[in-house]
Design a binder for this molecule. Sequence first.
Ligand code: PLP
Length: 394
Amino acid sequence: MTNPVMLQHGKTKSAIRELFEYGLRQAAIVGKENVYDYSLGNPSVPAPAEIADTIRELMSMEPLALHGYTPASGAKEAREAVAADLRRRTGDDIGPENLFFTCGAAPALISVMRALAVEGAEILLLAPYFSEYPVFASTNGLKPVVVPADTSDFQLHADQVEPYITPSTQAVIVNSPNNPSGVVYNRKALEELGALLTRKSAEIGHPIYIIADEPYRELTYDGEDAPYIPAIYPNTVICYSYSKSLSMPGERIGYVCVPNCAADSAELYAAVAGAARSLGHVCAPSLMQRVISLSTKLRPDIASYDRNRMRLYMELSDMGYRCVKPRGAFYMLVEAPDGDSEGFSEKAKELNLLLVPADGFGCPGFVRLSTCVSYDMILRSLPAFRKLMASYQK
Ligand code: PLP
């Protein structure tokens, strides 16, 4: 017999995967150039050339040292290098003892969730949210509680979060720049959330943590900057990944950062380590830890993402679609003209346009476009978008 919940999660594919696989089948029939796949959030900018150079250099290292286990939290020198970079960028007193290397943001998030999963605990998901959060939370001891999206601006509004806080609330996930909206939460919104959580934590008698899920931290446009949340609300734990910022999603490297300012920082860090251990974490890939420690000054080349974002936003808005202007990450939400996102995605599919219904992101009525695609594909897809809109105007 198998665990029915695990069986269910293993058998059901995400809407994203379904569409992506459909796209591959369709490409074999109509030709790759005639399928416009906006489904996957796989970076379309290659990793910086320095990454390959660093890997080549590291290959001359003594192999036992290079490929051996590191401590579970990561090699001390690697954590020190990342901590030094974080100190420079944030002014916070981050040291190696605050960092725990993980195999990307997903296990970082799960380790923090598990560390906070006391009996009856709840976690707030601010819609629209990354579609894996409900699975991560519910299978790791936290009840996910969804705060609906404010579709007027997709910003974070503390007054709309307040009714969902209960004495069982342990954490709120804040994902900015956001997948799927591309919205960057502004300082005022974060300050208001911080003030609310400070007040509510005092009322309920235990800290409510912000889990800052930040794989897109460096991917911002229009001079926008994602504020450093622990400086606004101290009870914050950061989950970071190099999957998107350095285009290394397959290399599985990221970290949890529990800053000193977070309540019970040392205890929480130890619980994160324990949670990771319970998940079979031994250490993050040692080669990648070294690569990252030598690459802390690298920043993503966002020019092509920016060009894609602006072109799509302008073209689709001109055609009459209501789009949410992205200021970060590489996604954009587009409203279904008749409010039916599933139907919209189906109609689009008939034109070989692969748009993911955002229902799974807690945002029905919208579809998500990944804008990390080739510019050429965007240009080729425009007639299909035009046709799609025309089909609603009949
Ligand atoms: N969080 C968000 C918001 C994401 O979009 C993703 C990946 O798409 C992840 C976490 C997982 O990232 P990783 O590949 O580093 O595990």
